[in-house]
Design a protein around this ligand. Structure first.
Ligand code: ARG
Ligand code: ZN
Length: 888
């Protein structure tokens, strides 16, 4: 915890490292109260640097000795300023020997070396390695690591690090050792160790070239019955990377370790991925369909980093999206390919669009807005964002849309050919794409440098005489902090035209015939601020389907009539735009109703939902030719925060009441159809997390939720029956949540039974807290009460998030209570968490990002709470950056 003014670091100030490290030998004497780390490294001057000093970073560690070429350095031989240790007048080549001490058991930040449930784990990305030893802890210094671990054999029978196990054996005093060697050079952020009492599921797996790799999933005793899906996902990931990208596993051994205390989802340490238990442990009893999907995606994500991140890494942390955007894109494609069907792919795409709108568009429009490749930061941990990850993945996807799948693949091949075992930049990736395809992608760079969500306004005109259809696209991008003016982006706009019968029309655009092979989608390239495209041979007035498959992360504005939207919702051959038409229909109703509710003083009185909309929803609901998974997505209303994002002045209660009204009205008016779908989409027999079963359960449980949005006796009984008879967690939580949200008298009893049955399963207890935190009946007083529950602790990130963050970021009604009590609670918890774990605190701090958009009364309360946090004398850089940007 630093109390000095935080420093801003700028991308433009990048300089090459003064010294390079060839080899590192680390020796650990592991002890929770006092771990001694011996670090012996060979360094040499970097010819690319003019700097002559050796620069090492260290944080929260005690320096015992520092030796250079065998000579112990004294006070005058080096300088320590904050986290930087400089050794001036260093020779061209040197051997450095550094001994330091750290205290893993009191490291509550979960960065560096820490203990969880008494065992040792590490997290080094981004700058955690400096909490273990002094080192040039920056991603462009890549070295070969050898690691000796020594620890008590009884308490820590398993000793793991990166690469291959070279030797192990016993020592005196009940201790033992293991020696690990990583054959690949790597940046320090990819270092990892684990010393723990664990068990593993393991398997020898044959790789494409005939080699065999040992795969292991390590968990605490008692959890081996929850490792099958992670193992299966790992094998699928390895196969997929071989088949789709010709990328092989480059190690003989690949390990996944699950740990209960972890700041993020997981970490791609070379050969030793460390995971939040949430993304490893699953069986039907404790995990939902969404959990299973999350495990597949995250196991894939971390595995794919082995090439996109580890073999080719980032030059500096401003380039984070180079590995994260690309790897998210890869895990998205993996998940889509694992389903395989067109609709299945589309449903994963719809999910991605929802995430962008729910989280990234608001970030891009708020005080923390930053480009995919930021220009500056105070704390890098604050930049593991939806912009760097999810918008970054959209940017990668746009290359594929512009260059085609084959062209994109050529670009990937060239990227690896050029940059294997290097630390590079986003520009290097873009140039590989351009050069492999003979394309000029200069303008495309703006996707990396300009923040904000572009707006594309579309105007259309059909000329019956000339049989032409003219599409005018005008793009703009709102100002963001530090960027007042924006230049036009290079935007792929995928488009199709629907005829009156709902079928796609053949396309000829600006003389170019599209769809010779039956394809009826054209990818237009919008590069100007204002650009017009002319379709010829258009014999009837078409309905335009613009931005198919969400071909760019933009806001598309077009004056669609209800009739056009209903036409698209009923017929568009592009499932994403078909879904989108339904979202537009719903959004216009929700906005109008929210306005009416607000005008009536937040009273729901004489509201009305039109037949056009309800009929359109009914038609989709009962259309058995459509996959249940698609119907579920199509029937899901935009979330409260998506609605809020459309309004200049946000009244969270009005939005909530309007949305609840729509849910209840649909529930009442489609009761018969919902009940029929509830029955038709049962998945009897053994639970399986395959896409088809997941889709059925999703539609069935959505039907249950709608029925209980306007609960009658029968609906409540249905929920109760499902809860009592559930054989899997998906159905169980869906039923419980229906009871809780319906304020059913039986909800309290059901919650208690749920807790009693699953109190031994930490991840299920998280669900139990989260469900109550999100319930609109939950206010601050109730959250405080839950915080006194014996199972609650702020020290475990999953637990803290399940209650505190879910309430602050996922319960608009409770959090935005008119008396400001939610904000006072937020300030208190941010401050309390910050003293323990700045990364978790800083995430929570962002719940106030958009405070300027709320009603004046709420704004005043929010500002006071922000000032209260900002006024703390002791605050981490993480939280200080977030609150000061919010107040700026
Ligand atoms: N590289 C990890 C992943 O995306 C995330 C690590 C984040 N760590 C952090 N301290 N912010 O898979
Ligand atoms: Zn990642």
């Amino acid at each position: 915890m630093r109390t000095d003014t935080p420093q801003t670091i700028y991308r433009k100030d990048y300089t090459a490292p003064s010294y390079l490290v060839d080899t590192v030998e680390l020796g650990f004497d592991l002890d929770p109260a006092r771990t001694v780390v011996a670090n012996r490294m060979t360094v040499r001057r970097n010819p690319a640097s003019a700097q002559r000093e050796i620069e090492l970073y260290g944080e929260d560690i005690e320096l015992v000795t520092l030796r250079l070429n065998g000579r112990t350095l004294g006070e005058g031989d080096y300088v320590i300023e904050g986290t930087l240790l400089r050794i001036p007048n260093a020779p061209e080549e040197a051997t450095l020997e550094i001994e330091t001490i750290c205290v893993p058991e009191s490291n509550t930040t979960l960065s560096g070396l820490y203990t969880s449930n008494g065992s040792f784990y590490t997290q080094c990305e981004a700058e955690g390695f400096r909490r273990i030893t002094y080192f040039p802890d920056r991603p462009d210094v890549m070295a070969r690591f050898t690691v000796m671990l020594r620890a008590d054999k009884d308490k820590y029978p398993v000793l793991l690090s990166n690469g291959n196990l070279i030797e192990e054996g016993d020592l005196d005093n009940g201790r033992h050792y293991a020696l690990w060697e990583d054959p690949f050079k790597k940046p320090s952020y990819l270092f990892a160790l684990v010393a723990a009492r664990l068990v593993c599921q393991e398997e020898n797996f044959e790789l494409a070239d005939g080699r065999t790799a040992l795969l292991q999933v390590w968990v605490e005793e008692g959890n081996l019955d929850k490792t099958d899906y992670a193992m299966q996902s790992l094998k699928h990931s390895i196969r997929w990377d071989e088949e789709r990208w010709n990328l092989e596993l480059d190690l003989d051994r690949f390990m996944i370790v699950a740990v209960g205390d972890f700041n993020m989802g997981a970490m791609e340490n070379k050969g030793l991925n460390i995971f939040n238990t949430k993304f490893v442990l699953a069986n039907p009893r404790v995990a939902t369909d969404v959990d299973f999907q999350g495990i597949e995606a995250v196991v894939g994500h971390e595995y794919f980093h082995n090439w996109t991140g580890n073999r080719v890494t980032c030059r500096d942390w401003f380039q984070l999206s180079l590995k994260e955007g690309l790897t998210v894109f890869r895990d998205q494609e993996f998940s889509a390919d694992m389903i395989g069907t067109n609709t299945g792919r589309a449903v994963t795409r719809i999910d991605q669009v929802r995430t962008l709108r729910q989280a990234q568009f608001p970030e891009d429009a708020g005080p923390m807005a930053h480009p995919v490749r930021p220009d500056s930061f105070v704390e890098i941990n604050n930049f593991y964002t939806v912009t760097v990850y999810e918008k970054g993945a959209e940017v990668v996807r746009m290359y594929q849309t512009l260059l085609g799948r084959d062209g994109f693949r050529k670009g990937m091949d060239l990227y690896f050919q050029r940059h294997d075992e290097q630390a590079v930049t986003c520009d290097d990736f873009r140039l590989a794409m351009a050069d492999a395809n003979g394309r000029d992608l200069t303008q495309f760079e703006r996707w990396y440098s300009q923040a904000g969500t572009p707006v594309v306004q579309a105007e259309t005109r059909w000329d019956e005489q000339a049989q032409t259809y003219t599409l005018r696209l005008v793009q703009s991008c709102p100002p963001t902090p530090g960027q007042a003016e924006k230049l036009p982006f290079h935007i792929p706009v995928a488009i199709g035209l629907l005829g009156r019968d709902g079928r796609d029309l053949p396309l000829t655009v600006d003389g170019k015939v599209h769809g010779k092979d039956g394809a009826t989608t054209a990818v237009l390239e919008l590069t100007e601020a204002d650009q017009t495209f002319v379709f010829t041979g258009v014999t009837e007035q078409p309905t335009p389907s613009i931005l198919r498959d969400f071909s760019a992360p933009v806001i598309l504005k077009h004056g669609y009539s209800d009739a056009e939207l209903v036409h698209l919702f009923s017929h568009d051959s592009d499932p994403v735009n078909r879904w989108e038409a339904g979202q537009r229909l719903a959004m216009s109703r929700l906005l109008k109703l929210a306005g009416q509710v607000a005008a009536a003083g937040n009273v729901v009185d004489r509201l009305d939902l039109d037949d056009t909309f309800v009929d359109a929803m009914r038609k989709i609901l009962v259309d058995d030719t459509l996959d249940p998974s698609f119907r579920e997505q199509a029937l899901l209303l935009p979330t409260e925060s998506m609605i809020a994002d459309q309004l200049d002045v946000v009244d969270p209660l009005a939005i909530h009441l309007a949305r609840q009204f729509v849910r209840a009205d649909i529930g009442a008016r489609l009761r018969t159809e919902l009940l029929a779908q509830y029955d038709a989409n049962q998945t009897p027999g053994e639970y399986s997390p395959d896409a088809e079963s997941i889709g059925k359960r999703a539609l069935k449980n959505l039907a249950l939720a709608y029925l209980n949005a306007a609960p009658d006796e029968a609906s409540l009984a249905l929920a109760q029956k499902q809860f009592d008879g559930a054989t899997n967690m998906t159905d169980r939580v869906a039923a419980l949540s229906a009871l809780v949200h319906a304020r059913a008298p039986a909800a309290a009893d059901a919650l208690q039974r749920f807790y009693d049955e699953f109190q031994g399963e930490a991840l299920v207890v998280d669900k139990w807290f989260a469900m109550q935190a999100a319930a609109p009946t939950t206010d601050v007083a109730r959250v405080r009460e839950l915080m006194t529950h014996k199972a609650f602790t702020l020290r475990n990130p999953n637990r803290a998030r399940s209650l505190v963050s879910t309430f602050c970021a996922g319960n608009a009604v409770g959090f935005h209570a008119p008396d400001g009590s939610g904000y006072g609670f937020w300030a208190e918890q941010v401050i309390a968490l910050d003293a323990l774990n700045p990364q978790v605190a800083s995430r929570l701090a962002r719940a106030m990002d958009r405070w300027r958009r709320y009603t004046p009364d709420l704004q005043a309360h929010m500002k006071r709470a922000l000032q209260q946090v900002a006024g703390q004398a002791k605050l981490s850089n993480d939280v200080r950056e977030v609150v000061s940007k919010a107040l700026a």
